[in-house]
Design a protein around this ligand. Sequence first.
Ligand code: SAM
Ligand code: SF4
Length: 335
Amino acid sequence: MAEIQHTKKKKLVDQFGRHISYVRLSVIDKCNLRCFYCMPKGYRDFEAKSNYLTFDEIERIIKAFANLGVSRLRLTGGEPLARKNLPELAARLSALPGLDDLSLSTNAVLLEHQVDALKQAGVDRLNVSLDTLDPGRFARITGNDELASVLAGLKKAKQAGFSPLKINMVVMKGVNDDEIIPMVDYCLEHGFSLRFIETMPMGDTGRDASQNYLDLGPIKQDLQERYGLVPGILPGGGPANYLRHRETDLYIGFITPMSQHFCASCNRVRISVNGTLFLCLGQEHSLELRPLLREGISDEELEKVLVKAMDLKPERHEFSDKPGQSNRLMSFTGG
Ligand code: SAM
Ligand code: SF4
C-alpha cells in the first residue's frame, strides 16, 4: 500500500510547472517518402542500426515514464511502419500499466497490410499525413508515387475500426492551399478528423519550406463561416485548436506553432531513435538515455534521471525569433 501511494505521488513537472504526461517516440529515422519540407532529397545520413534503441530498451524507458505519470504514448519516426516488427513493440507497450493511450503517426504507405496487426497490438489511434489528394502533386511533394497505397491504407484502417482517424495536412502557400476545401470534403465524406499544420523551420528542409508558410488564422475563420463550424474539443487532440461540424461531428484542428504557439501548455517530451530525450521540438536541450541503459542503470535510478531531466525543458520554442536554431530534421526528432 505504501508503495502504491509512493508511486502515485511521483510526477514529472518542469521548472515552469508544466506536467509531462505525453511521450512521442521515434522508432526509426528512415522513411519511404521524402516530403520536401521534412527530409532532404537523397538524404542518407541515418543513425546506425546498432544505435537504435532495442525493443527491450524502449520498454524499460516507457515503463519508467509510465511509472512517473505518463499516460499517453505516440509512436512516430521517420516512418514507424518501416521499423521491423512494429506491432510486436506496440503490443509490449500497450500492455504497460498506466499507459492509457497508444497512438501512431504514419504516412500510411505501408498501412494496409499492417493495420489489423496494429489494432490487435492495442494501438488506439492513428494519425495519417496526407497533404494532397492529387496523385501528381503527391509525387511532387513526397518524391514517390504512392497516393493509391495511402488511400488504400486509410480505407482499411476505417474498416478495422480506428476512430477517430486523423488526417494531418501541412498547408503550404502555392503548393496545396487550393486543396483545403477538397480535403475538408474528403474528410466529411469518410468520417475522418482533419488537422491543418503550419510549416516549421526544422532543419534546412523546414527552413526552405518556410517560403511557403501560410498563417492558418484566416483559413480557420473562412472555414468556420463556410461550414458553420463551432468550437469543439477532441479527446487526445493535443495542441490543435478544434472546430466541429455540427451535423457530421467532423473535427477540424489547427496546429499553429508559428502564428499562435502553445508552449505554455506543453505536456510532452520526445525520444529519438537513438535514445536521446529531447525536451522541446525546436530546441537542443536533451539528454542521452542509451548510454545509461547500456551501462546498466537501475530502474530506480532511471526514474530519478527522468525526473531531473525535466529541469532541462525550456520555456518555449523560438521558431519565429530564431528560425536557424534547430538543425535537427523532424524525421529524426519524431514529429
Ligand atoms: N512519417 C510519419 C508521418 O509523416 O506522419 C511520421 C513522422 S512525420 C516527421 C510527423 C509529422 O511531421 C507529419 O505530419 C509531417 O507532415 C510533419 N512535418 C514534418 N516536417 C515538418 C515541417 N517542417 N513543418 C511542419 N510539419 C512537419
Ligand atoms: Fe517521411 Fe513523415 Fe518526413 Fe514525410 S513527413 S518524409 S512521411 S517522416
